[in-house]
Design a protein around this ligand. Structure first.
Ligand SMILES: [Zn+2]
Length: 217
């Protein structure tokens, strides 16, 4: 089962992905589990869930939260969590909702994560982020022996072209978000070879696209 846990819809100020086109491309690319992690809102996630209701895709509502220590993804949430809190306070808010905690791009975008990556409430860490340079992704793998956490690969897509390039796999058969979370905690994760080996060009392409968009649109 292909999973991408970090996607932004047009409900994030910096993304152009419409929920309808996201679902269509997920079906085409056979990505069966998607977490929508917009900034500051879960409305894009809720809309995508409604639109995908009768489709063979599992949509998990999430959010990307800017904390004082860096960015945090909370998955399986029911209410938005505000930016700007300390990491500990953010974690306690996430725990109230019994949600799943991921540290995205721990070495970049925009600054390195400032708290411990081995914090007991962190469930997984992004080893590959599709919108981050290879050198920063590589750093995560370099210290992976010191991390007692599963590593996953997410697109962090902000345009539809970026979606589908980066994902990870868990065994087939997950019926709901708890099944998916359980597979990750048990580290039943495969990052396909082509994603690790292509990640340089994927990153560079995506970063150029982003710069190009900023300058010319
Ligand atoms: Zn993001």
């Amino acid at each position: 089962m292909r999973v991408d846990f970090h996607i932004h819809t047009s409900f994030s100020r910096d993304s152009s992905i419409m929920p309808e086109e996201l679902i269509e491309k997920a079906l085409d690319e056979n990505i069966q589990c998607l977490a929508i992690c917009d900034h500051k809102t879960i409305n894009g996630a809720l809309l995508t869930m409604r639109l995908a209701f009768s489709k063979p895709i599992l949509i998990i509502p999430g959010i990307e939260i800017t904390t004082k220590a860096g960015d945090v993804l909370a998955l399986g949430i029911k209410r938005k969590i505000s930016d700007g809190l300390s990491f500990e306070k953010t974690i306690s808010e996430i725990k109230k909702q019994n949600a799943f905690v991921i540290i995205p791009h721990p070495f970049g975008k925009p600054t390195p994560f400032k708290s411990s990556l081995n914090h007991p409430e962190i469930h997984a860490i992004e080893g590959i982020n599709g919108a981050t340079l290879k050198i920063l992704n590589k750093k995560v793998f370099k210290i992976s022996h010191k991390l007692n956490k599963p590593l996953i690969a997410n697109s962090d897509a902000h345009s539809i072209e970026e979606f589908g390039n980066v994902f990870f796999e868990i065994p087939d058969g997950a019926q709901n978000q708890n099944d998916v979370f359980k597979a990750i905690v048990e580290n039943k994760i495969t990052i396909p070879e082509e994603i690790s080996s292509l990640k340089d060009s994927i990153k560079i392409n995506n970063v150029f696209k982003r710069l190009y968009c900023k300058h010319f649109t």
